[in-house]
Design a protein around this ligand. Structure first.
Ligand code: BGC
Length: 854
């Protein structure tokens, strides 16, 4: 039932209003029970609705959730209908987690291939990112949840992310980085926006009136609420005046009591508080969240319909980069298949950080192939190389606690008193023994603990055991100290959102049927919020791994090599440091191709990587971090049950150094200078005539298409007018398949510097062999426009010129209005299948240039 929000706000006290504007805890808003305002739960995130807790922090069984392909993979679908279905599924998933706010989508651009969250975001191109975001938002919100489009704005790198200042000129912001947000708001009707941690041109985004009050609300007409990123540095008066409505997480730091004080002290107008509360409650009411039953419990619901959509998305995202007649494989002719690579026998389906979640299913490519090909086909597997940056936790089934149950039993003591009285007992289901906040009231914030179990592996070693700690810790096996982190602080590592140490490792010879007594002693002397340790285990890397892989490939009649990264190499909180595949993977691929030239190489990464051997690979697929259906989708594609639908959402350069942000990435002394300005991705490589490894928009099909001559609804237009371009497409191959027709606009004689051409429209069409269909590409007035920053000095110059030096020619920007503008003259429409493959160029004439509405 819709509520009278104005009346509700009128009835709230100042104290209640300011409490409402900050979270109650990590994942929920504050309730005002007196007036029937419930606490509303929120959940990450872009590749699944994880539910209210981070897996490693939850007590008991973690909630599982559907994991859909990562953002870059969704960008690679170029399929807005499919993404709307993905959004709807995640909206429904959020509801199963009793959540009404989904902290997604991530729409920051792939400015550098090294961006740590590139896997989470869609593309280097704002229009592709914007259309995918629009579809995602519309789908998710149709299920009664608010989406929070994030991270607004200029959050294209992770180094120093809480404080770094993104220095971006106005044109670049307007034409590139703000566009996906604008589209998600104006076209997708997004009801939430999450500000980013970073500063933008000197201002923290959570405090920026320019961004929030000005651009977002006044210009774009945004009607929803703005939430801060978690623990972002917001300043009470600035943030509330700018229009930041919800401080997350709780308890309040900038809002709550601090806001009451600011109002009472006359620093903040109560009307600003009222406006924020009205927006927050009004938005929650709009999706029915004020009727939410706070007693509703999150559930894990593995819905076959949802899985089917995740499978379509995984297939739709898979980019066939090269295929020299190798794919699809003929299943009937396979007798022995070698499945090689560090990611072949593991389900590497998502990146790291807040997007990470416990998926309903984990299926590796090896397992998926085994179950599809059946017992009649022999599968041999060799990892070849080890790429672990960190070690996975010891699985619970290898640990037996003192109570006979899988996992660790834990006793808590006072700090430095492991021999003293036990203050509390607890248990953990696996080798991760971490607590968020005080483990129990009887323990307090500082403590020490001893976790015990017997450890028994299920395959013979040698094994590598690892220890990651937040405070001094050590590991004993059969009474002997094997890992000791008590001597002094260790350098920071990748676990626990960067709060964990770098890992200590030791090689041990563990065997099945030989249990050993394990004791883990940890301390939290400083009262850290997230504290404990992680015990990891992985096979000790074999020295002859590549030789064994080569031998396996030599004897097989088909070879699939799954190389890539993982959630440690690609994670929120850190940028990548290289575009190369980690470890000795290039060497592995080269050696395999030398003996098995038809090997299918599969890139299982969240972002694009360099493949120096690509020209020798006859079949190359990019499957990204493809979500929980990735492996089965890969098998569908390998065997030709489905065709890979993806197109690259980001250019793969020949070298990292060719990338436009190189030299300006990531932050230097806290500043990230977007020095390449508008020339991001293909815009740059084309302007500089740089060769690329794979162009933006590239992706092959199992069939072939011809694009007929485009027909434009008009070839002469006025500034602000749009046109429709229809392109006939014929499937001239012998299989059903789909093509993505891409339209790029370039201007002949731009007044200001502009990239040679820019994506403005695209459409996917599926056709049977011999069939012809027509795609419709719509260009609106903005498709021809650029942002004219105007002349900030116009008044001063006009005065000087008129009064003193009338013979000086006025500066070129003088008198130009700030805003969107279209140049007069010829504009070229490049219609093709990638930024590099253009089938037709059609010229239209803009008869009168000038300003156009935003
Ligand atoms: C991330 C957000 C995320 C939030 C809550 C932050 O660290 O930047 O994207 O939604 O945490 O997990």
């Amino acid at each position: 039932m819709p509520r009278d929000v104005a009346q509700l706000v009128g009835e709230l006290t100042l104290d209640e209003k300011t409490r409402l504007l900050a979270g109650a805890d990590l994942w929920s808003t504050t309730a005002v029970e007196r007036l029937g305002i419930p606490s509303v739960r929120v959940t990450d995130g872009p590749n699944g609705a994880r539910g209210p807790m981070l897996a490693e922090m939850v007590e008991g069984e973690p909630l599982t959730a559907l994991c859909v392909p990562c953002g870059a993979a969704l960008g690679a679908t170029w399929d807005v209908e499919l993404i709307e279905r993905v959004g709807a599924v995640l909206g429904e998933e959020a509801r199963t987690k009793a959540c009404r706010v989904l902290l997604a989508p991530t729409v920051n651009l792939h400015r550098s291939p090294l961006g740590g969250r590139n896997f989470e975001s869609y593309s280097e191109d704002p229009v592709l990112a914007g259309r995918i975001a629009t579809a995602f938002v519309a789908g998710a919100q149709s299920r009664g949840v608010v989406t929070t489009v994030k991270h607004f704005a200029g959050n294209e790198s992770e180094l120093d992310r809480f404080v770094a200042d993104s220095v971006v000129d106005e044109r670049t912001l307007r034409e590139l980085y703000l566009v996906p947000f604008e589209m998600a708001v104006r076209q997708g009707g997004a009801l939430g926006i999450m500000t980013s941690y970073n500063r933008l041109n000197g201002e923290h985004c959570a405090d920026s009136a320019t961004l929030l009050a000005g651009i977002l609300r006044d210009e774009w007409g945004f009607e929803g609420f703005v939430v801060s990123d978690w623990f972002a540095l917001a300043q009470t008066p600035l943030a509330i005046r700018a229009g930041l409505d919800l401080e997350m997480p709780g308890p309040a730091r900038a809002y709550g009591p601090a806001l009451v004080e600011a109002v009472r002290g006359g620093v903040v107008a109560e009307s600003d508080v009222d406006a924020a509360v009205t927006r927050l409650l009004g938005t929650l009411d709009r999706v029915g969240a004020l009727d939410h039953d706070p007693a509703e419990q999150p559930r894990s619901v593995d819905d076959p319909g949802h899985r089917a959509v995740a499978r379509q998305a995984a297939i739709g995202a898979t980019v066939l980069l090269r295929n020299d007649g190798v794919l699809p494989l003929e299943a009937d002719r396979l007798r022995r298949v070698a499945v090689i690579g560090p990611n072949a026998a593991r389900a590497q389906i998502m990146g790291g950080g807040s997007a990470n979640l416990p998926a309903h299913r984990l299926v590796s490519p090896l397992e998926a192939l085994r179950s599809r090909l059946g017992a009649g086909v022999e599968l041999v597997h060799e990892a070849g190389v080890d790429i672990s940056l960190t070690t996975p936790e010891v699985p619970g089934r290898w640990l037996t606690g003192d109570d006979g149950e899988p996992g660790l039993t834990v006793s808590f003591f006072a700090p430095d008193d492991l021999g003293g009285a036990i203050l509390h007992r607890d248990r953990r289901d696996s080798g991760t023994a971490v607590w968020f906040g005080a483990p129990a009231a009887s323990v307090g914030d500082t403590w020490s603990c001893r976790a015990t179990a017997t450890l028994e592996v299920d395959e013979p070693g040698p094994w590598l055991l690892s220890l990651v700690q937040t405070g001094p810790s050590r590991l004993l096996l059969d009474g002997e100290v094997v890992l000791d982190g008590t001597a002094g602080p260790l350098p920071p590592g990748h676990d626990f959102l960067g709060l964990g140490s770098r890992e200590l490792t030791v090689e041990v010879d563990l065997r099945p049927d030989h249990p050993v007594a394990l004791v883990l002693e940890c301390t939290n002397p400083d009262g850290g919020l997230l504290a404990g340790a992680k015990l990891g285990v992985r096979p000790a890397p074999a020295a002859d791994g590549i030789d064994r892989a080569v031998a396996a490939a030599r004897d097989a009649d088909a070879v699939v090599v799954v190389v890539g990264t993982d959630a440690d190499w690609e994670s929120e909180g850190a940028d990548r440091t290289s575009m190369n595949l980690p470890g000795r993977q290039d060497e592995l691929v080269e050696r395999i191709l030398a003996v098995a030239p038809d090997a299918v190489v599969v890139l299982n990464t969240g972002s694009v990587v360099l493949t120096p051997w690509a020209e020798r690979a006859r079949a190359l697929l990019q499957v990204w971090f493809g979500g929980e259906e990735m492996a089965d989708g890969l098998v569908d594609v390998l065997l030709g049950d489905a065709e890979p639908g993806g197109r690259l959402p980001t250019t793969v350069p020949v070298r990292l150094e060719h990338n436009p942000s190189h030299g300006n990435f990531p932050a230097e002394n806290g500043r990230v200078v977007y020095g390449e300005r508008l020339f991001v991705g293909y815009r740059w490589y084309e302007e500089r005539h740089l060769p690329v490894a794979f162009p933006f928009g590239h992706g092959l099909s199992y069939t072939r298409f011809e694009l007929g001559r485009p027909v434009c609804s008009a070839t002469r237009l006025r500034a602000g007018e749009g046109i429709v371009v229809e392109v006939p497409v014929t499937n001239v191959g012998d299989r059903t398949g789909s093509e993505v027709v891409q339209l790029y606009v370039g201007c002949d004689e731009p007044l200001l510097a502009r990239p040679p051409k820019e994506l403005k429209a695209f459409a996917r069409i599926t056709l049977d062999p011999g069939e012809t269909g027509t795609v419709r590409l719509e260009l609106d007035g903005r498709s021809f426009a650029y942002w004219q920053p105007g002349d900030p000095d116009a008044d001063r110059f006009a005065h000087l010129l008129a009064t003193q030096v009338a013979w000086v020619r006025p500066p070129s920007g003088l008198g130009r209005e700030r805003g969107w503008a279209v140049d007069p003259g010829a504009h070229h429409l490049h219609v093709g299948r990638s930024s590099a493959v253009v089938d037709h160029v059609v010229t239209v004439e803009v008869v009168d240039g000038g300003p156009v509405p935003g």
